[in-house]
Design a protein around this ligand. Structure first.
Ligand SMILES: [Zn+2]
Length: 117
């Protein structure tokens, strides 16, 4: 699965699963793990002097989840979907929703070798 930063996903497993789309803030391990906004929150206890919490205390932070526990969320069909990769007419690669076929952004510049004649 080709999930990228700032994609919307649905969480399908665990305490945070549900129908609300959430944003991916970080992709780790080449796509195997993701940090998703508001998902898998833990308290991290910090001492005084921590840059995000100078007086110390507890910080809420997101821990990574496995990318197999989410599905891509398509904005145009408003559903979880799978994502595919195809070539456009000018030879660029783009990602698309496998449910409705809408393009969800290019992943490489146009290349003549892959362009349709
Ligand atoms: Zn779609």
């Amino acid at each position: 699965m080709k999930i990228q930063r700032n994609d919307s996903v649905l969480v399908t497993v665990g305490d945070d699963k549900g129908p609300t789309p959430r944003r991916v803030t970080q992709v780790l391990d080449g796509g195997q793990r993701l940090i998703v906004e508001g998902v898998n929150l833990v308290y991290k206890h910090v001492r005084r002097g921590h840059p995000k919490s100078p007086q110390g205390g507890r910080l809420r932070m997101e821990m990574p989840i496995q990318s197999s526990n989410v599905v891509y969320y398509c904005e145009s069909c408003q559903k979880g979907s799978r994502i595919g990769v195809r070539y456009t007419e000018d030879g660029a690669k783009e990602r698309f929703c496998k449910r409705c076929g809408t393009s969800v952004g290019r992943v490489s510049p146009p290349r003549k070798a892959y362009a349709e004649k």
